[in-house]
Ligand binder design. Structure first.
Ligand SMILES: C[S@@+](CC[C@H](N)C(=O)[O-])C[C@H]1O[C@@H](n2cnc3c(N)ncnc32)[C@H](O)[C@@H]1O
Ligand code: SF4
Length: 345
């Protein structure tokens, strides 16, 4: 059986950071008006699945078509059960990539345990080489942690890894309208730190988000962003970066606010998205989630991956493109090269 499915698994809702643009919204706004729409994420973890429900599903990955699990959240490594769950997923024969804000890597023993578990990749989010700029966009709720802790976490992981090949360690940057230069600045910073891969991703905000006008790109921003992406591709600083076609898609995606058509999309064929409440979608595009008819709503709660992913359509053209899609493509298309130690040489 081909294990060609990538599962993006937003494991838990909670997070100690309060990134201003986060897909999960803000705790403050959700305390006032808790979101009830299907598929809408929130750091207020009202419906997160129990640890035992998560474990039960993870045990069914063995023998299923799922070959790669990208663990995200919320902050997955703040959840005490995360490492045991990752062990089960690795034992099921899946490649595991963890998306983290990096701060939990500073806790004693976490980096060492990720090595023991033979986690394949750790993608750490950092939006700027400049601490103040990063912490303005990615503040902590306590006000006590920030850029320096993220950097300390990355150094702890690289030091624990020493000469071992895994985990590969990467940086993910959310690129925002006022600062296209962060694309190459963070690459340089990552190279100085000694990370292995780097993925810039465009900010995705709903038009009614309060930061939309300030941070979301418009078509006027395409030339500056395209220049930076071309520069990154020409001089990747020794890092593995998404290939030229991904970078082109990045530029194309920020040139439109509307929906678009994606040829041969792998959402629902080779990529699926599981949310903390167990909801299982073809992909994280809010347009595609909203268009999923009730009879096709599925959950991993009580589910079996060998059944859930057994009958899959081939990749099909999709007219429900949203900017979220751009951030999914590297998970399927680029991950193999990002995780290959020779990719940058
Ligand atoms: C939701 S976070 C979960 C994992 C972890 N807490 C972290 O920050 O890496 C996964 C990735 O989505 C990015 N992200 C969050 N909100 C976003 C948005 N509105 N547009 C683009 N990327 C976003 C984060 O910066 C991070 O790289
Ligand atoms: S660290 Fe990740 S999950 Fe937490 S607020 Fe920031 S982007 Fe969202």
């Amino acid at each position: 059986m081909r294990r060609d499915v990538t599962l993006l698994w937003a494991l838990r809702s909670r997070c100690a950071l309060a990134c201003t643009y986060c897909y999960f919204g803000t705790v403050e706004e959700h305390k006032v008006s808790p979101p009830n729409e299907l598929g809408v994420l929130s750091h207020i973890a009202r419906n997160d699945l129990s640890a035992s429900a998560l474990m039960d599903f993870a045990r069914t990955l063995d023998g299923s078509p799922v070959g790669r699990v990208v663990i995200a959240g919320g902050e997955p490594l703040d959840w005490p059960g995360a490492l045991d769950l990752i062990q089960v997923i690795k034992e099921a024969g899946c490649e595991v990539v963890i998306a983290t804000n990096g701060i939990p890597l500073t806790r004693p023993g976490v980096a060492e345990r990720l090595l023991e578990l033979k986690v394949d990749g750790v993608s750490v989010s950092l939006d700027s080489a400049d601490p103040d700029t990063n912490d303005l966009r990615r503040p902590s709720r306590s006000g006590k942690t920030g850029h320096r802790d993220v950097v300390a976490g990355i150094r702890a992981l690289l030091q624990a890894r020493d000469a071992e090949p895994a985990p590969r360690v990467g940086l993910y940057t959310v690129v925002m309208r006022p600062a296209p230069h962060e694309i190459t600045d963070v690459a340089r910073f990552g190279a100085e730190l000694g990370v292995d891969y780097y993925v810039p991703q465009p900010i995705s905000l709903a038009p009614d988000h309060k930061l939309f006008d300030e941070l979301a790109h418009t078509s006027d921003d395409v030339p500056a962003v395209a220049r930076e992406l071309a520069q990154l591709h020409a001089e990747p600083q020794g890092l593995a970066v998404p290939d030229a076609s991904s970078l082109l898609r990045f530029a194309a995606a920020i040139s439109t606010q509307g929906s678009g058509r994606v040829r041969d999309c792998f959402g629902g064929a080779r990529l699926f998205f599981a949310q903390p409440d167990g909801s299982l979608w073809d992909c994280p595009s809010d347009r595609r989630i909203a268009a999923t008819p009730p009879e096709r709503h599925r959950t991993i709660s009580g589910g079996d991956a060998r059944v859930l992913f057994a009958d899959r359509p081939a990749c099909t053209d999709c007219s429900l493109f949203s900017r979220d899609c751009v951030n999914m493509w590297p998970l399927v298309l680029d991950m193999p090269r990002l995780l290959t130690s020779e990719a940058a040489s």
